[in-house]
Design a binder for this molecule. Structure first.
Ligand code: B3K
Ligand code: ZN
Length: 869
């Protein structure tokens, strides 16, 4: 009965959305008994099942050692079932049955961090989305089988904490050394939301009273020394609970909500019902240990996982093709929450920057897929920027179009119709349309086709008629797997500025869907269309796609001067930023003169710094080398981009001259009461330090060394350390050693120490090797692996030269040990074919060689797609 865990998986097993079939059996109740021992874990499961439709009773299971199987009390023999590496099929199953199985699993050897696994000496945790539950027990492990779970967890008393979903109903001892806990989750849920935790952890407790009067116990579990770093997450949790009540009318539905922090985790966090499991990087937050950006991320991930309770858990996905139904909507919800936490414009800038840096390149390369794909080999490969971030943008477009009230009526209807169900993207759009009374069915096209639409707009001013016409055209690049591409509805938020006064014109036009006099939204949903405004007495400067109202590539005939004017006049902070980014892209990629940019930024910066330091810090963004690289489709030479960008930054430093030091010295984060303002001040000061270093002013190292020494804040300390280390200052080695000394037992701070060195501008094969040979480098901890690969990716010149060997070697190793992470790492090489020769062929050969060696579905599917260009 023992099926080998290592049999080669079937690689050609593509799964298609069109083949979806309803489950043949429902599971009314599952009773689990998980007995953890040092060298194995025994799992007993009792499933009360009921036939729903004709077909086999198929239980999915992987790497399980089957000990016994019984139906309605009768032990089965091998002729009663079929067993292979993926499933247990019961022959001649009755209509109604109690199925009992007993299996042995090995969480202590589970390096894939999927299913039940040991995460360090004192902890066992689960990760079951999307298909981890089948590594715990035989089960119809698919999201449309919802059941009531009762879980008994038993372990040695050296693991005092025994958790599972729902309410604790019993605890007790087993002999002298062991104990157990029984949990019951009253809500029906799919198996991917099952979780249990067995560990030696401390806990931070609080509570929250919902709008319905339910007093919810809140608990965050972490190792003892990290408990003081859990307060920000706890506040964010309470804030999220309130926010979801106020904005979506969704109160929490259980009596407890637990979060567990784990240092070995494949991704950010997991929304298991009432028992979230988090990567420590997404829960621990403390100004002394955590950067401002990481603190913001903690708050947004806490909110994200909490919001899943309604969008994901109470209403889940019918099948994994619908992943973006829960992820796109939940990302949109967490982004909206974060916009309320800090400057909304800066949050939008940061979210769009991520979209453009990751999703746009993904959608422009061989891994491009629709937010709702229609086929896959390995679903883990589809937890992508497209599913998450583009999915969020689709929801944002519909929300923009509907306005607050109608959007709320639409989401209310969704919850009313589908609570307790497993549904599809069509169900979401239908409910949103019915509730809002606006037909949104055209937005389905966004879910079903790949690629970033190109939106070409041309503005024509007619002085005689005092009219201004905008001609719109949309197009998509052909895609081999999705040939039938259609126009999509594109909400274009816009304003027209008088070029002399900077005032906005009043906009009158019947085609505008939202119009508050001077700011409007036009829904462009044809292949081509025009829009003409009357009463415009000067050739205006149009500001299009305000707040990034649609995820498209805009090509508009702005002059550079128009963009400079927008930096000055726009009251939409996002479009101010976008104007600088467009201008810089033209300078760096199309050789436009830089002077207009320098003039505009020097003229506007002082007033913006005084008003909004956080926004000011973003307006100084210069598009990253990797983003610029992603805009080049052939003969891409990373060195050339690097040199141009460096030259521009050096010139900017020169133009700003003395101002840099003046700004640096005039700002003091300690005097800022508001976190978001203080964060802006810290970001600005760090930018100024790097500009002063570019001026060749050696006194910057004194300033940086002082900042490093005096500050208790991680953003300030790391910012200063970067200046010292990246410029090889004489103080660098001492500071690096001091940092290590202070944080060697703080894994997340140490990740920053690795990242900072891996992203050294002069990093090379030896320095990267030294990092990977460091005693604290750990291949079992994805965060540590990502600290080094993240550093390499920060410099495309490095990533595409000696970095390639590092990625390939890692992927070959992870193919067996942790294929989810292995496949993910390779995605950053997906645009290899855009490189100029000979680099293009070198990388291609390296990928091909890897392709001949790897086995996992994850890595094989990723490489096959990457090489099929
Ligand atoms: N739903 C999980 C992601 C699971 C990823 C599995 N490879 C986290 C989230 O999106 O909230
Ligand atoms: Zn999510």
């Amino acid at each position: 009965m023992n099926i080998s865990a290592n049999a080669t998986p079937a690689i050609d097993s593509t799964i298609y959305l069109k083949d979806y079939q309803k489950p043949t059996f429902a599971v009314e109740h599952i009773d689990l008994d998980i007995q953890v021992h040092a060298d194995h874990t025994r799992v007993l499961a009792k499933l009360q099942m009921q036939r729903q439709s004709a077909g086999e009773l198929c239980l999915l299971g992987r790497d399980l050692q089957l000990v016994a199987v019984r139906i309605n009390g009768r032990a089965l023999t091998e002729k009663d079932y079929r067993l292979d590496t993926e499933q247990l099929v019961i022959l001649d199953a009755p209509e109604q049955l109690l199925l009992e199985t007993e299996v042995i699993i090995h969480p202590e050897n589970n390096t894939m961090l999927e299913g039940l696994y040991q995460a360090g000496d004192n902890l066992y945790v689960t990760q079951n989305e999307p298909e981890g539950f089948r590594k715990i027990t035989f089960y119809p492990d698919r999201p449309d089988v919802l059941s009531v779970f009762t879980t008994r967890v038993e372990a040695d008393k050296t693991f005092p904490v025994l958790l599972a979903n729902g309410n604790l109903i019993e605890t007790g001892t087993v002999g002298d050394n062991r104990h157990y806990a029984i949990w019951q989750d009253p809500t029906k849920k799919p198996s991917y939301l099952f979780a249990c935790v067995i560990g030696d952890l401390a806990v931070l407790r609080d509570h929250y009273v919902t709008s319905e009067g339910r007093d919810v116990a809140l608990e965050i579990y972490a190792v003892e020394k990290d408990i003081p770093k859990c307060h920000i997450a706890m506040q964010a949790l309470k804030h999220s609970m309130r926010w979801d009540e106020e904005h979506y009318g969704r109160p929490y539905d259980l009596d407890n909500y637990m979060i567990v922090a784990v240092s070995q985790f494949n991704m950010g966090a997991m929304e298991n019902k009432g028992l979230n499991i988090f990567n420590t990087s997404c829960v621990l937050a403390d100004e002394a240990y955590t950067t401002d950006a990481a603190i913001m991320r903690v708050q947004s991930v806490i909110a994200h996982e909490y919001f899943h309770n309604w969008t994901g858990n109470r209403i889940t996905c019918r099948d994994w093709f619908q992943l973006c139904l829960k992820e796109g909507l939940t990302v949109f919800r967490d982004q909206s929450f974060s916009e309320d936490l800090q400057s909304a414009a800066v949050q939008r800038i940061d979210d769009v920057a991520v979209l453009k840096a990751h999703q746009f390149p993904e959608d422009a390369g061989p891994l491009s897929h629709p937010p709702r794909p229609d086929h896959f080999v390995e679903i883990n490969n589809f937890y992508t920027a497209t599913v998450y971030e583009k999915g969020a943008e689709i929801n944002r477009m519909m929300a923009t179009l509907l306005g607050k009230e109608k959007y709320r009526a639409g989401t209310d209807e969704y919850f009313r119709r589908h609570d307790g169900q497993a549904v599809t993207v069509e169900d979401w759009i239908a409910a949103l349309s019915a509730g809002s009374t606006v037909d949104l069915s055209a937005f389905l096209t966004w879910y079903n086709q790949p690629g970033t639409p190109k939106l070409e707009v041309r503005g024509h001013y007619n002085a005689e008629q005092q009219s201004y016409r905008l001609d719109f055209k949309q197009s998509l690049k052909a895609h081999a797997k999705y040939p039938d591409l259609k126009p999509v509805p594109i909400p274009v938020a816009l304003a027209l500025f008088n070029p002399h006064t900077g005032e906005k014109y009043t906009l009158q036009h019947d085609a505008l869907v939202e119009n508050n006099q001077t700011e409007a939204v036009y829904l462009f949903d044809q292949a081509e269309a025009s829009l003409e405004f009357k009463g415009i007495d000067q050739a205006p400067v149009a500001s299009l796609l305000r707040n990034f109202s649609a995820p498209v590539n805009l090509d508009f005939n702005y002059s550079d001067q128009d963009l400079a004017l927008l930096l000055q006049y726009e009251n939409n902070g996002f479009n101010q930023w976008q104007a600088t980014q467009t201008l810089l892209e033209r300078i760096l990629l199309n050789d436009h003169p830089a002077q207009i940019y320098f003039d505009a930024i020097t003229a506007t910066l002082p007033s913006i710094i005084a008003r909004d330091p956080l926004l000011a810090s973003r307006l100084l963004d210069v598009p990253s080398e990797s983003y610029l690289g992603s805009r080049i489709d052939e003969h891409y030479q990373p060195e050339m981009i690097h040199e141009k960008r460096e030259a521009l930054l050096n010139q900017l430093a020169k133009v700003l001259g003395e101002q840099c030091k003046t700004i640096y010295l005039s700002l003091d984060p300690a005097t800022e009461k508001d976190f978001s303002q203080a964060m802006g001040v810290r970001a600005l000061r760090n930018i100024m330090l790097s500009l002063i270093a570019r001026q060749g002013d050696l006194s910057v190292f004194e300033l940086a060394a002082q900042q490093f020494k005096d500050s208790q804040n991680m953003s300030e300390r790391l910012g200063a350390l970067k200046i010292l280390v990246w410029n090889n200052a004489s103080q660098a080695q001492d500071a690096l050693a001091a940092f290590y000394q202070q944080y060697q037992d703080e894994a997340l701070a140490l990740d920053q120490w690795f990242l900072l060195q891996a992203s050294h501008p002069e990093a090379d094969v030896q320095s990267i090797q030294a990092l990977t040979e460091h005693p604290d480098y750990d291949l079992k901890t994805p965060n540590r692996i990502r600290a080094v690969t993240g550093g390499l990716n920060a410099h495309p010149v490095h990533a595409w030269s000696f970095g390639v060997a590092h990625f390939i070697e890692l992927a070959a190793y992870l193919d067996e040990k942790n294929p989810i992470v292995g496949a993910r790492l390779l995605q950053s090489l997906s645009r290899w074919y855009t490189l100029a020769e000979p680099q293009r062929s070198t990388v291609q050969q390296a990928l091909q060689q890897l392709q001949s060696k790897v086995q996992s579905k994850n890595v094989v599917e990723t490489l096959n797609s990457m090489l099929a260009v």
